[in-house]
Design a protein around this ligand. Structure first.
Ligand SMILES: [Zn+2]
Length: 192
């Protein structure tokens, strides 16, 4: 068992980690978030330590992101991993500074609306990712396998011309309606 932290207030009890579901409001939207704190088993003090505070800030920010329609940290991470690029490469590709993606992905910081739009575009269109990579002259940085895989899809367009000549013999013009009667036994077969 790990040693529990001594209570900083009474100095006698030990702190037990607790969680509590709380309602939070953002832009007229209510959401439930699970917040962390610790409780002293002697004096009953409830304390939110540094680590708890950071975790709580993240869950609140994650809720706000969802209200704002911004990508969640996990979604940004999944997008980056889909293309097999590092956080540092993602920052050079999309902008935002060297620590941007570690902060986005941990829900420490919300991406700007412009950043979010760019990420959504790339998530929607794989071609947009490759175009952006070329624009930033970073194509050579990705493993050749991934780039080659893309290039095979980049086949040149072949133009196909098709001419259809429709000839109608004079004696085939214009046909009157030909009555057609379904044989009775066939009808019965269809009806079962
Ligand atoms: Zn205490």
């Amino acid at each position: 068992m790990e040693d529990k932290t001594l209570c900083p207030l009474c100095g006698e009890g030990h702190m037990t980690p607790r969680t509590e579901s709380m309602q939070t409001e953002y832009r007229d939207k209510l959401g439930a978030v699970t917040l962390r704190y610790a409780e002293c088993d002697a004096c009953g003090s409830e304390i939110t330590g540094d680590a708890d505070g950071r975790a709580n800030k993240r869950v609140v920010l994650a809720f706000r992101k969802s209200v704002d329609g911004l990508l969640a940290g996990a979604e940004i991470r999944a997008l980056r991993e889909k293309f097999g690029i590092t956080q540092e490469q993602a920052a050079r590709l999309f902008g935002g500074g060297p620590k941007a993606f570690s902060k986005y992905e941990a829900d420490d910081v919300a991406p700007s609306e412009a950043m979010n739009t760019l990420l959504c575009l790339v998530r929607r269109s794989e071609d947009a990712f490759w175009e952006l990579l070329a624009l930033k002259e970073m194509t050579a940085e990705l493993p050749a396998r991934r780039v080659a895989k893309h290039r095979t899809m980049d086949v040149p367009v072949i133009r196909i011309e098709l001419t259809i000549r429709h000839e109608v013999a004079p004696d085939m013009l214009p046909a009157h309606t030909i009555p057609y009667r379904v044989p009775l036994d066939t009808m019965n077969m269809v009806k079962h």
